[in-house]
Each structure stands twice: as C-alpha cells, then as structure tokens.
Design a protein around this ligand. Sequence first.
Ligand SMILES: C[S@@+](CC[C@H](N)C(=O)[O-])C[C@H]1O[C@@H](n2cnc3c(N)ncnc32)[C@H](O)[C@@H]1O
Length: 247
Amino acid sequence: MNVDQYIATLPKNIMSGDDVSLPDKTIHRLLNFAKLKSGETFCHLGCGSGYALQIAKQYGAHVCGVDINESRVQEAGRTLGDDADVRVGDVRWCDIPSSDVILFWFADPSITHVMPQRFSKLDDNVRIITIWGPLPGCLPNSVQFPFVLNVTPLRSAPDIKSQIQAVFGVSCISYGTAWEYAERYTKALQPEDAQNDRFLTILQALTIWYSAYSLGVTCEDNIPESVSTYTTIMSRFFGIDFGHYNP
Ligand SMILES: C[S@@+](CC[C@H](N)C(=O)[O-])C[C@H]1O[C@@H](n2cnc3c(N)ncnc32)[C@H](O)[C@@H]1O
C-alpha cells in the first residue's frame, strides 16, 4: 500500500480535518505569533464551534467566525454570546468580516487556491495566519513553523524555491530539516498526552522529504541512508510505501 492509499483508509473526518481542533497551547502560540492585541478583531474562517474564538476573547479581542456547518455555528453562538459575530457561510464566497487577524487553516486546494485572490481585496495590514504552509503562490511575511503569517497586501512568490526558503529558512531540504519541521508540526497539533508522536513525525518527515525530492529541492541528490531506513521500516512493519514519490 502506498502512503496515499494508507491515508485513504483513515476515517474521512480525520482527512478532511473537520473534527480536528487545535489544542489550547497551540491556539495561544498562534495568537501570540499574530500579536493579537486587546481591542483588535480576530476572525476564524472555518471556526467550527468557536473554540479558538473563546480563547481569543481572553485577549480582549472582538471575535468573528464563519463556518459552513450550521449546527457548529449555532453552538459557537451559544458559547460566545451576542457580542461575537459568527455566521454560516462558505469561505470561498462569503463576505469576509472586517478584521485585524484572520486564522485560515485549510488544506483542501479547492478552497486554498481561491483565497489569495479574495484576501487581496482586504484592507492593508490584515494579518492572516495559515498553518503548515503559506497561501498558494504567496511569500509569507514571517514564519514560526507551523504557523505562517501573511500580511495584506500579499506578496507573490516568484517560485516554489523562494516559498521553501521562506518557510523552512533554507534553500534546500535535507532530511534533518524535514525531521525538525515534522517534529514541530506534530508537537503543535497533538495533545500533550499523545502516544503516537514518533510515528507521526516519521510519517510526516518522509512525506516532506519525498515531496521535496520530487520537486528537486532536496539537498541530497540521492536518497540518504536515514530516509531509506525509515522507508523500509514503514514498508516492512506498517505496510506503507513511499516508493511512488520517486521522480
Ligand atoms: C480545520 S478546518 C479545514 C477543513 C477543510 N476540509 C480542509 O482541509 O481544507 C475545519 C472546519 O472548516 C469548516 N469548513 C469546511 N469547509 C468549509 C468551507 N468551504 N467554508 C467554511 N467552513 C468550512 C468545517 O465545518 C470545520 O468546522
């Protein structure tokens, strides 16, 4: 089974991210990274039942959110009270509420690809936080991986290499870099007591490295020994195959 087939066996909501909520510490880290201040407006696109908005309220922020799921929006409205502006809508075409900081955590390309165009119509100096990567085609303003800050007016990236350089701070991806960033990502998104950190880090590091390899942006010209060792472990003990990533 290759890694894409393995991922396809996971429950649908895990892959869509629909039921994934960020741990408290991660929300605090990202709000601090965004330098959210009292009196500013924080808007969560894809806010679900509004958990990140509850935490943002503790910073003295006005909060707003949009989500496609009506029952979650109702729940958010109940917990956040009347002063929160939470609406049902599809982020691809709803009005984006006027805000200082926006959290936009989507991976679905049918959503992410239309957003730079939509965000480019916002006022200047809106801080848009994405998780894991910048907005498609954009050069981030700063990165505290896995959090990425994109400020309007958005800057366009000349090519994938400049995006990689901006996100990973390097001009090519070594397996060491892939591992370090995989670990940061896993730690940021997992609850404190997670038992499967190591497995996810290996899976994520191989995914980063092989993706970089197929784009021709790894530092290594050939598959390094550590990558082939982990690839063999994944294949032999977990039945997950990365071979199809090879160019
Ligand atoms: C972590 S977000 C991202 C999930 C998304 N499927 C993806 O990977 O791009 C999950 C939240 O976004 C909401 N959501 C999914 N698609 C949406 C859309 N097109 N517009 C607004 N909210 C959406 C879900 O109801 C859920 O509360």
